[in-house]
Design a protein around this ligand. Structure first.
Ligand code: CO8
Length: 372
């Protein structure tokens, strides 16, 4: 058995930023257009008018201040309300591979490695741009990596589930060095025309290099243990899929994009996550008071405050549980990895922390690490 370690992380951040004010102005323009178009039906009470969105609500309900996206113009165009991404030929890298490669290169440089050193690529994300060939295999080819590659999807928990898969393979010896990459183009499956959720998501890509601790070239985090759990729920759902055509469902339907019962998710997932982390720690023989840091899934500030309090048994000190959601919004599986990548360099040998993601499925994944 080999000891797995995280030796590098990388974050690709899209240039385009949408502030809450810009988002709300575009949504309200869209709502006004829609209301004018449906004025007669609204007057007879057949359909309800679309109310305006509000910056104050967004900040208070979520803690989100802005989000990065791959295409701002398409999202903010009130006659369009989704990104416009260039169609690519089959013989050039797809957009997911392109942003994934950017994050991979940063992670590999931090690990002191090259693409050819990798023998496992896992592309783990909440949505994939095509069914096959796997995006991971495209990334493997572009990196010049060997071994094998595969895609996986566990929604917001994709990164931690991917890390567990890679760590287990390194532990057993079937793989020597892996990269888990999370290209999250959430702007493509968010419903920007729904004020209940239009503010939630942003685009990003993250990458994590894992290898045998004995091979680590520099500073790294030992993976003490990992834990994954799932429990079926319809409260976060997207019905878009390859059988859509067979069901004559090609129309522009609401359930072909992200849908959620936000309140229920909040209430049900928070206790599930706190209990998950606490039982993981207990089984690993680590007391909550031994934790120096929690790098949590970045969905909602209130949710993270609650989980932090439950796990630590007190209010987290500033910096103990860093949030990045104010700048990035919810980036699905990438959120906890961004927090880890940006807020772990100051830890010293022996310091322990937990990376934890949670979301649709429901799914929860935790990775207990120790600074070597
Ligand atoms: N502006 C003004 N008012 C609004 C707005 C708005 N934009 N939106 C809603 N309101 C109104 C509502 O209509 C409601 O009005 P009323 O009281 O009159 O009915 C009132 O404000 C309160 O609404 P909510 O009850 O919905 O507000 P909450 O306080 O619950 O906040 C949240 C909503 C922020 C969504 C909150 O419930 C939350 O964060 N829940 C947890 C969500 C979560 O973490 N989900 C995880 C999903 S991520 C995941 O798993 C990945 C899936 C794959 C990625 C997909 C990418 C596209």
């Amino acid at each position: 058995m080999y000891q797995p370690a995280i030796t590098g992380t990388g974050v690709f951040t899209p240039e385009h930023v949408i502030t809450n004010d810009e988002l709300v102005a575009s949504y309200n323009a869209y709502a006004d257009l829609w209301n004018a178009e449906h004025a007669a039906a609204i007057a007879t009470g057949e359909v309800a008018a679309k109310p305006h969105s509000s910056t104050d609500f967004i900040l208070k309900a979520s803690g989100i201040e802005q989000r990065h996206v791959l295409d701002k113009d398409g999202v903010l165009d009130p006659t369009r309300m989704f990104p416009r991404l260039r169609a690519r030929g089959d013989d050039e890298p797809g957009i997911m591979a392109e942003i994934a490669l950017d994050a991979c290169r940063t992670a590999l440089a931090q690990a002191g490695r090259e693409g050819a050193d990798i023998d496992l690529v896992i592309c783990a994300a909440s949505n994939l741009e095509r069914a096959y060939p796997a995006v991971a295999i495209e990334i493997q080819q572009c990196l010049g990596a060997g071994g094998f590659a595969f895609d996986m999807n566990v929604a917001c928990s994709s990164a931690t589930f991917g890390i567990q898969a890679a760590a287990d393979m390194i532990r057993s010896g079937s793989v020597r060095r892996a990269i888990v990459v999370n290209p999250e183009i959430t702007s493509g499956h968010l419903e920007w025309r729904d004020r209940d959720c239009h503010f939630i998501f942003g685009d990003v890509a993250t990458a994590t290099v894992l290898e045998r601790e004995g091979d680590a070239q520099g500073e790294h985090f030992r993976v003490i243990s990992t834990r994954c759990a799932t429990e079926f729920s319809n409260n976060i759902r997207n019905n878009n899929g390859f059988l859509r055509r067979t069901r004559d469902q090609m129309a522009d339907r609401r359930d072909m994009q992200f849908m959620q019962e936000g309140r229920k998710v909040f209430k049900e997932v928070v206790p599930m996550v706190s209990a998950h982390i606490l039982s993981h720690l207990e089984d690993a023989g680590v007391a909550p008071s031994d934790l120096k840091r929690l790098w949590l899934h970045q969905a909602n500030k209130g949710m993270n405050d609650y989980v932090g309090r439950k796990v630590l048994g007190r209010d987290p000190e500033p910096g103990e549980q860093p949030n990045i959601l104010q700048d990035y919004a919810n980036t699905s599986s990438a959120g906890s990895i961004i927090a880890f990548a940006k807020h772990s360099a100051d830890l010293t040998a022996g310091d322990k922390g937990v990376i934890c993601s949670f979301g649709a499925g429901y799914s929860v994944g935790s990775v207990l690490v120790e600074r070597a």
